[in-house]
Design a protein around this ligand. Structure first.
Ligand code: AMP
Length: 550
């Protein structure tokens, strides 16, 4: 018979993270860029006090455990207060991505049955238009001071700061089961309706440990984090929770994610770590290209940057290191994995390695962190070896990996062995580094062989005149599909298709070389900044490749 351990079974609750930060890191600053350009300096102690007031406000507005509360909001301390107050009282924070199409926003607010929407005033017009469709929403709260609140045609509208001013402080966070839902996020869904991912207190706290682990993101009390990933996208990669766990300073840039504003925040606040999707960093480097004096400023304390959401192009990894002395940590995951699943930290064998080889390691999506099992499977469901060659679909399982989408039966998203299919195609090398080669639907199938669109995009992005690049498969009468390269040149750059192919020809296998190159002013993106290849494929559906004999 097994013997029970005799340790305390304290539940892992999000309120515990905040209480810890307020008690042990109370003076650590939280700097926010608020609506209207105001910069507010708060700290973990004040945030905890205001979150307690907010919990009273929520209870007063009738929010009960399990109720869904929506936000359409930027990265600010007010949004952070909502993160803690809503979950802390046992309700569920639904962070709505404001970049979704309005019909999708209406769909997910209705699907989640959100009762209240807290919003930044930038989204007021959008909400006024949508309000008649939001049948479950009874109340709107604008994240502003009362004097900033305009007259808006929204029912039961209040100003956040007015509600907080009137509230009591002494809220006691309730204890409950750690498996209780804490927040939810809908996948941006390039096809079909978005699906809800429902995180729990337990999954969130365990995920925070992983973010703080040295071979995770290594987040710690000595860090000042610039959160350049939106708080409406997978809980800003869990960093708002992990920062409370370790007591890091946070810089919350509101909507200010342009290159100049990011650079100013990094410099002026002494940030040591930042996180964001590749597009954000391309913007930073574009700014630095235009302001060459800035980049040599010795003032930056930044030492590492986490890049995820899409493959980190080698050009970004190199530029961060060479120009700013910053180490790029690539991370891979998805809404369904909270999102951290693999992280590209180095092993002892990489120490002293030539830079070129080291960059190649950083270009991979990284190794599984404890807590997430990662494996690749072939089309018949057989596990593939970690030989750096066998390409298949990634499946994952672990305590912060989704088991079912919101509104479906627990476990219904998993196979018989408990694995979740990710739709990402990859191989794993003998050191355990995952290399994503594509989304399963984006792989280019040429004459029975697979061509990785991501690899080709990365090579194209290495050309100094290329701003953005996408590769899609286009129908070909002989090869079924062949790659088409679509390029947005950097502003003012003159570039030809022949120049591009010449640049790529020694960098990729001969038969991978795109058949044609087209230039466009912009590429379509999803609400989370990923290339929207379905739209691109549609755009070029009738294109006849110059190599097609038909
Ligand atoms: P989302 O659920 O919106 O976070 O999107 C998750 C998807 O983003 C993954 O399934 C991948 O296709 C893609 N993704 C995330 N991180 C990376 C990465 N480091 N490299 C390549 N693709 C990534």
């Amino acid at each position: 018979m097994s013997l029970s351990g005799l340790m305390q079974s304290k539940q892992l609750l999000i309120s515990g993270l905040l209480t810890h930060a307020a008690t042990h890191h109370g003076d650590v600053e939280l700097v926010s860029q608020l609506y209207g350009g105001e910069v507010r300096r708060s700290n973990w102690r004040t945030l905890a006090q205001r979150a307690q007031k907010l919990a009273h406000v929520l209870a007063g507005l009738g929010v009960k455990p399990g109720d869904r509360v929506a936000t359409l909001a930027w990265n600010t301390d007010r949004h952070l207060e909502l993160y803690y107050a809503v979950a802390g009282m046992g309700a569920v924070l639904h962070t709505v991505n404001p970049r979704l199409f309005p019909e999708q926003i209406a769909y997910i607010v209705d699907h989640a049955a959100d009762g209240i929407v807290f919003f930044d005033l930038d989204f007021a017009d959008l909400l006024v238009k949508l309000a008649p469709q939001l049948k479950t929403v009874k109340r709107f709260v604008a994240l502003c001071r009362p004097e900033q609140l305009p007259a808006l045609d929204l029912p039961h509208l209040s100003a956040y700061e007015a509600l907080l001013d009137a509230a009591d402080e002494d809220y006691v966070w309730p204890e409950f089961d750690e498996n209780t839902a804490s927040s939810m996020c809908y996948t941006s869904g390039t096809t079909g309706n978005p699906k809800g991912v429902l995180y729990s207190h337990r999954s969130t706290v365990l995920h925070s440990f992983a973010a703080c682990a040295a071979d995770g993101l290594g987040l710690c009390a000595r860090d000042c984090v610039l959160l350049a990933v939106p708080m409406f996208h997978v809980n800003a990669w869990g960093v708002p929770y992990a920062s409370a766990m370790c007591g890091a300073k946070m810089v919350l840039p509101g909507s200010a994610l342009s290159g100049d504003k990011l650079f100013a925040a990094l410099r002026d606040e002494g940030c040591t770590l930042s996180l964001g999707v590749p597009t954000v960093w391309l913007g930073l480097f574009q700014y630095l290209d235009q302001h060459p004096l800035e980049r040599d400023l010795p003032k930056l304390r930044l030492n590492r940057v986490v890049v995820g959401g899409s493959a980190a192009p080698r050009a970004i990894i190199e530029r961060f290191e060479k120009q700013l002395g910053v180490f790029v940590i690539q991370a891979w995951g998805m809404s369904e994995t909270s999102p951290l699943a693999t992280i590209s930290n180095l092993l002892p064998k990489h120490e002293g390695q030539p830079l070129d080889e080291r960059y190649a390691v950083q270009c991979r999506q990284g190794r599984a962190i404890y807590g997430v099992e990662v494996a690749v499977f072939d089309a018949e469901g057989r596990a593939l070896p970690h030989d750096g060659q066998s390409v298949g679909e990634i499946r994952v399982r672990g305590p912060w990996v989704l088991s079912a989408y919101y509104g479906t039966e627990p476990g219904s998203a998993l196979d018989a062995q408990g694995w979740l299919s990710t739709g990402d195609v990859a191989y794993i090398d003998p050191d355990g580094y995952v290399q994503i080669t594509d989304r399963s639907k984006d792989v280019i199938k040429s004459g029975g062989e697979w061509i990785s669109s991501i690899d080709l995009e990365n090579v194209a992005l290495g050309h100094p005149k290329v701003g953005e690049a996408a590769v899609i498969g286009v129908a070909h009468s002989k090869w079924q599909e062949r790659p088409l390269l679509v390029i947005v040149p950097k502003p003012g750059a003159e570039l030809t298709g022949a120049e591009m192919l010449d640049f790529m020809k020694d960098r990729v296998a001969r038969w991978w070389l795109p058949d044609d190159v087209v230039f466009v002013d912009e590429l379509p993106h999803t609400a989370t900044g990923k290339l929207l290849k379905t739209a691109l494929r549609e755009q070029f559906r009738n294109l006849r490749l110059s190599t097609d004999p038909a």
